[in-house]
Design a protein. Structure first.
Length: 131
């Protein structure tokens, strides 16, 4: 229980650091969170998005793969997590041949009554998917 709470604290800090674009801090906090709780959905989602985004920007296939796998694990552990569904859908849409996977996860995201902020992030991808 204590490790899970500690892991969640580190995961939430990773999310905050990611919003501040402190990528080294995001990676560090997510790593600590996942060491304490390998299935922490917040840490998997935040670090997954970080790795996917950084890998896409820097054309690093290893980061893209690592990020996509973490996002897949996040959705697998908590399919009712809107952030995990959204970012996995975006990653799938950005990967050739995965449009149907992206559409499935975007629909799942929309069924979860996501926040206005997440709906704003999703808007261009929804348009691209015709949703």
């Amino acid at each position: 229980e204590e490790d899970a709470d500690d892991a969640q604290a580190h995961a939430l800090n990773a999310a905050l650091l990611l919003r501040r674009q402190d990528f080294a801090g995001t990676e560090r906090e997510a790593r600590v969170a996942l060491q304490k709780d390998p299935n922490n959905v917040t840490a998997l989602t935040q670090s997954g998005w970080f790795y996917f985004s950084a890998g896409s920007d820097q054309q690093r296939a290893d980061y893209v793969t690592k990020g996509t796998e973490r996002l897949r694990r996040a959705v697998s552990h908590d399919p009712r997590n809107p952030s995990a569904q959204l970012y996995y859908a975006i990653a799938a849409l950005s990967t050739p041949g995965n449009e149907s996977l992206a559409r499935r996860h975007m629909r799942a995201f929309l069924q979860l009554s996501p926040s206005t902020a997440l709906l704003t992030v999703a808007a261009p991808y929804r348009t691209q998917l015709g949703l």
